[in-house]
Design a protein around this ligand. Structure first.
Ligand code: FES
Length: 312
C-alpha cells in the first residue's frame, strides 16, 4: 500500500498527556477523503499505530486531525508521537473505516477517555445529517479529558460529560436502559466495552445495534508470561514471549495469516482452539464464547495454559 507523506502542520496540547496533531500532505496535494469512524495508521518506532480521524463539522479545515495520549510506559508509539515537532514528516496509510455509522438511524455515542476521537466525527456527521443523537463522554476527571469544552460548545445539550471524581460519573445502566431502538456506538477501553456489551445483551438489545471499537491495543500486562502455540496442521511449535502477539511470532516464523485491526475488535483473525485455555483480550467474543474457549482472536489474546493447539 502506498503510504501518505505527511507533515505535522500544527500541534495543540489538550491536556497534560494528550496532544492534537494536524497533519497535512508534504506535497500540498489533496488528501483522500474519509467517513466518520475512519482511522489512519501512522508509522512509529518499530511498527505502526492506528489513530482515529477527528472532524467537528463539515467546515473543518484541510488535513487530518488526530489526538494522541502519551502512555506512561511509552507503549504503542505514543512516545514517538509526543516527541514530534511541527514541521516533522511522518508516513501513514490512507484512511480506512472499520467503525461506520448506520446512515440515518438515531444513535447513542459512548466514549471512554481518548476513545472520544472517532465519536467526535460521528457526532458531527449525525448533526450534519439532522439525525438525533446523544453523546456520553466518560473519563477520570475533566482536566484529563481532551475536547470536553469543544464538544459542549459544538454539540450543546446532546453532550453529557461524565467524570469519575464527581457526581456526574457515568451510569451505564441508565444509558443502556434509555437506548430504545437507537444504535449504540462505543469507543473506549476494554473494560468499558465489555461492561456496556454485557448490559446491552442483558437488556435484550440486538447485537446488530451495538457497534464497538477498542481505542488501544490490548495492553501488555506485567504478569504476561511466555507460552507455546502448536500448529495443528504441521505440528510446529512456537514460543510467544511477553510483548509479542501470536500473529507476530507466527508471521516471523513464515506463516501467512489473515488479520486486520490487530487490536481485537474486528474478528478477522478468529482461530479455532483445539486444546489449551485462551486468555481472551478482545472485544469480539461474548462472555459465553470466551468462557467456552473454542475460538480466540490471535492478534491480542494470549494463553492461560502453557500451550495452545490452534487449528491452523
Ligand atoms: S485482527 Fe481484528 S480481531 Fe484480530
Amino acid at each position: 500500500m502506498t503510504k501518505l507523506d505527511l507533515i505535522v502542520a500544527k500541534l495543540r496540547p489538550l491536556t497534560e498527556r494528550i496532544s492534537e496533531f494536524t497533519l497535512r500532505p508534504a506535497d500540498g496535494a489533496a488528501l483522500p477523503g474519509w467517513e466518520a469512524g475512519a482511522h489512519i495508521r501512522v508509522d512509529v518506532d518499530g511498527g505502526d499505530r492506528a489513530y482515529s480521524l477527528i472532524r467537528f463539522g463539515p467546515g473543518d479545515g484541510g488535513g487530518y486531525r488526530i489526538a494522541v495520549q502519551r502512555e506512561d510506559d511509552g507503549a504503542g508509539g505514543s512516545r514517538f508521537m509526543h516527541e514530534l515537532k511541527e514541521g516533522d514528516r511522518i508516513a501513514a496509510t490512507p484512511p480506512k473505516c472499520d467503525f461506520p455509522i448506520v446512515t440515518g438511524e438515531a444513535a447513542v455515542l459512548l466514549a471512554g477517555g481518548i476513545g472520544i476521537t472517532p465519536i467526535i466525527s460521528m457526532a458531527a456527521e449525525l448533526q450534519a445529517a439532522g439525525v438525533p443523537f446523544e453523546l456520553h463522554y466518560a473519563g477520570r476527571s475533566r482536566e484529563l479529558m481532551g475536547f470536553a469544552d469543544d464538544l459542549s460548545e459544538r454539540f450543546g445539550d446532546a453532550v453529557a460529560i461524565h467524570c469519575d471524581d464527581d457526581a456526574s460519573a457515568l451510569d451505564l445502566d441508565a444509558v443502556i436502559g434509555a437506548l430504545g431502538e437507537r444504535h449504540l456506538y462505543i469507543c473506549g477501553p476494554r473494560g468499558m466495552i465489555d461492561a456496556a456489551r454485557s448490559k446491552a445483551e442483558a437488556a435484550g438489545v440486538p447485537g446488530a445495534r451495538v457497534h464497538v471499537e477498542l481505542f488501544d491495543n490490548a495492553s501488555a500486562a506485567a504478569s504476561d508470561r511466555a507460552f507455546e502455540v502448536e500448529i495443528a496442521s504441521s505440528g510446529e511449535v512456537f514460543t510467544i514471549p511477553p510483548g509479542k502477539s501470536i500473529i507476530e511470532v507466527l508471521e516471523e516464523g513464515g506463516m501467512d495469516l489473515i488479520h486486520d485491526c490487530q487490536r481485537g475488535d474486528c474478528g478477522i483473525c478468529q482461530t479455532d482452539v483445539i486444546s489449551g485455555e485462551p486468555d481472551h483480550r478482545d472485544v469480539v467474543l461474548s462472555d459465553a464464547e470466551k468462557a467456552e474457549g473454542k475460538v480466540m482472536q490471535i492478534c491480542v489474546s494470549r494463553a492461560k495454559s502453557a500451550r495452545l493447539v490452534l487449528d491452523l
